[in-house]
Design a protein around this ligand. Structure first.
Ligand code: NAP
Length: 213
């Protein structure tokens, strides 16, 4: 049986941690965990896991890691615009087509009402590189899913609903574990939600701001 080879960029990140937990014992999936500091992986190892220390903005390291992969899942933060440019270029160069890329709610001004205003006042200033990353990915030829989570919690639950680009965003919050469950599902069913930008929130959390604020 051919294994699906998955490259996780930013594998030490919090959502990625749950994705690894969901997938690490699936014999049909091979994970390459790419991160700047492997001590962040807290002892994760196994026959289907390869760990690579590297920086996404380091051209050569990224290109090396990209070789022979089937799916790239990017769980990054910060200069997502620069990172998206490098990732798209490296994927095109190496013939890798499927990309799952985490951004944020609010990049298209898709959050309505009082919550939209509150969200903009809290994170509006930091969303420009996130929006640019989405634009770079959406204008590529890749089979992408841009994921736009609501405000993240560390609740031990999986409970989510999705909205598509062009629709209003719904709830205010969602657990990292839920976002990870959705991403793990995409990795296991890579034809789902192709060329899509998907909002993800917990049903019933509509309001003026997340419950923990
Ligand atoms: N907090 C919220 O409520 C919220 C809501 C919506 C969306 N988001 C966004 O969702 C995304 C994922 O969330 P999360 O909680 O999983 O984030 P996280 O734990 O901060 O993970 C992001 C990862 O990106 C890695 N990274 C940054 N620059 C890198 C580079 N140049 N090369 C390699 N790795 C790099 C970091 O690695 P290091 O450990 O080496 O720094 C970190 O592990 C973030 O972009 C976040 O902004 C957050």
């Amino acid at each position: 049986m051919k294994q699906t080879k998955v490259l996780i960029l930013g594998a030490g990140g919090a959502i990625a941690h749950h994705v690894i937990q969901f997938l690490q014992h699936h014999g049909n999936i091979h994970l390459t965990l790419f991160l700047r500091n492997k001590s962040h992986l807290k002892g994760i190892k196994g026959p289907n896991i390869n760990i690579v220390e590297g920086d996404v903005l380091h051209h050569k390291q990224l290109n090396e890691a990209m070789k022979d992969q089937d799916i790239v899942y990017a769980n990054l933060a910060g200069s997502l615009d620069k990172m998206a440019r490098q990732i798209v270029e490296a994927m095109e160069k190496n013939g890798v087509r499927r990309l799952i890329f985490v951004t944020s709610l609010g990049i298209y001004n898709e959050v309505p009402g009082a919550f939209g205003k509150w969200n903009d006042s809290m994170i509006g200033n930091s969303l420009a590189p996130y929006r640019e990353a989405a634009d770079i990915i959406e204008t590529s030829d890749l089979d992408y899913t841009v994921v736009r989570p609501a405000w993240l919690t560390d609740n031990e639950e999986v409970d989510y609903e999705l909205t598509q680009k062009g629709e209003d965003f719904k709830g205010t919050e969602v657990s990292r574990k839920s976002v990870a469950a959705y991403i793990a599902d995409l990795i296991q069913h890579p034809r789902k939600n192709i060329k899509a930008s998907v909002g993800i929130d917990k049903p019933g959390t509509e309001g003026d701001k997340p419950s923990f604020y």
